[in-house]
Design a protein around this ligand. Sequence first.
Ligand code: FAD
Ligand code: N01
Length: 537
Amino acid sequence: MAPENNTTLDAVVVGAGFSGLYMLHRLRDILGLDARVLEAGDGVGGTWYWNRYPGARCDSESYYYSYSFSEDLEQEWEWTSKYPDQPEILRYLEHVADRFDLLRDIQLETRVTEAAFDAETNRWKIFTQRGEHFEAKFLITAVGCLSAANIPDIPGLDDFDGDWYHTGAWPHQGVDFSGKRVGLIGTGSTGIQATPVIAAEADHLTVFQRTPNFSVPARNAPLGKEQWATIKSDYRDIRRRTRETSSGFPYKPVERSALQATQAERTEVYEDLWGKGGFSFLWGSFNDVMRDKEANDTVAEFIRDKIREVVKDPVVAERLLPVDHPYGAKRPPIDTDYFETFNRKNVTLVDIRQDPITAITQDGLHTKNAEFELDTLVLATGFDAMTGALLNIDIRGSEGLRLADKWVEGPRTYLGLQVSGFPNLFTITGPGSPSVLTNMPVSIELHVEWISDCIQHMRDNALETIEASQEAEDRWVEHVSDVAKETLLGQADSWYLGANIPGKTRVVMPYPGGHFEYRKRCEKIARNGYSGFDLSR
Ligand code: FAD
Ligand code: N01
């Protein structure tokens, strides 16, 4: 779509991933609004457009890591496996864009840099990197919780003669690792997915690990005709269950406590779930593992034993043992042959807590005690999560208040949906909502539908603006913090808290009260005429 200047619209949506695509469909095709999506990338798909690194795939099972809003779409699409790879998920999102004829209202290669609310006209003024200017009544951010890459400030990165890549901005043509000495920094979900695949191709892979991580086997498997027949006939029930659990996963909530079980009973449960693989290991074991450190220790020790069992060199095994945080307090990865990969002769593990990285040079990487010659460096160093992409836009509210100033001590929102002082701005899966603690399409659909219903309500009642009240926001921020204290989330230096970004205020950003409770609360607030929001004519 050709750039235009001074375009006036009902709504501007920023971002064309899972969130932005569905938001556009609701606004345009259900509400009949004049809406446009502005997307920085040159294609749709968001996470699945950017993260093309080797081994990238989802960790929610495919049949519920998908939209539920269209039964026809559900019946048409068949995923090849439980955890499909990035190209397949991207194809799905491209299919959705095509099927619902969304592309004609998506403007690609358009990065939003600034947005300011004009209180005279009650309109948002939105500016892009390529000099365009839009005005819209509603500004809806669909910028993603995990879309602003974290590139660590390691001295010398620019001097490196080889190639370096961040996994969240992977080249579309791929990277050829054959015959290469590769270094990989980071052992989060991304590093854990990429390591086995790169190791199989490279001449040598050196993994630079700052914090050992828990990981359980994914046990990926194809989905065949019979499974599809069952899934398709059960879809409504599956979707209902995703909405009625705290995780957005359709697992039955477990009633049993790890501490009330005997050691033998616990081992039996953990062995069974280890064999099944995936997130059933987290959600399907015991109800106290995410709340009680002693209960958590039982599962943590089980995983450590598995690592000791798999990794043949006891020194390497010891280095891989996660000991500084409870299982699940960081987003738990699932893997295919991650720990096994450290038995390969062409893989070295470096503990950069013991021997910190000091610099990157022309030839490779230096730690305090050693030098590593490298041809290629992979930064699997994650994201400035939850607030990064929002604050990369200079957003100013009704009295010129900057979002970046308002959030200096951590994000403040009401329900993760709105920010006091920023009328008619909606933040899909914003901080303060369950978002990343859930299977995200479920949280995304909830927000998209809540926002479009809210806009419909405003139109029906000739309302001009909606804004979270200061009081409701303060109460919500306090509630999020209180609920977080009942969990183990505070006990890890994770991106949930912003602890991965130097200088970022440490605060639990996602709402840990569970999807179902949160959903009921959002629905009740809407039924009560949007209590906690100020609406004006
Ligand atoms: P995104 O997909 O991140 O899309 C945001 C879009 O906004 C991007 O395309 C970006 O370019 C654009 N954008 C941002 N800022 C601007 C700007 N200023 N101007 C214009 N455009 C902008 N979640 C799960 O629940 N299950 C999983 O299995 C799972 N797997 C994941 C695997 C990886 C590798 C990663 C990184 C995340 C994964 N997630 C998973 C989380 C995932 O981000 C969400 O599931 C979902 O894809 C988010 O969709 P979104 O549309 O909200 O955001
Ligand atoms: O990022 P991360 P990610 N020097 O922040 C290390 C989703 N996802 O891209 O732990 C050295 O988790 C950092 O070390 P430490 C999922 O929600 C899902 O892996 O901070 N090391 C850590 O080891 C996930 O949680 C899938 O000490 C540095 C790593 O880099 C989220 O995206 C796949 C460093 C970053 O781990 C983010 O995952 C991929 C530095 N300066 C992603 N800075 C699925 O499977 C950071 N690190 C679905």
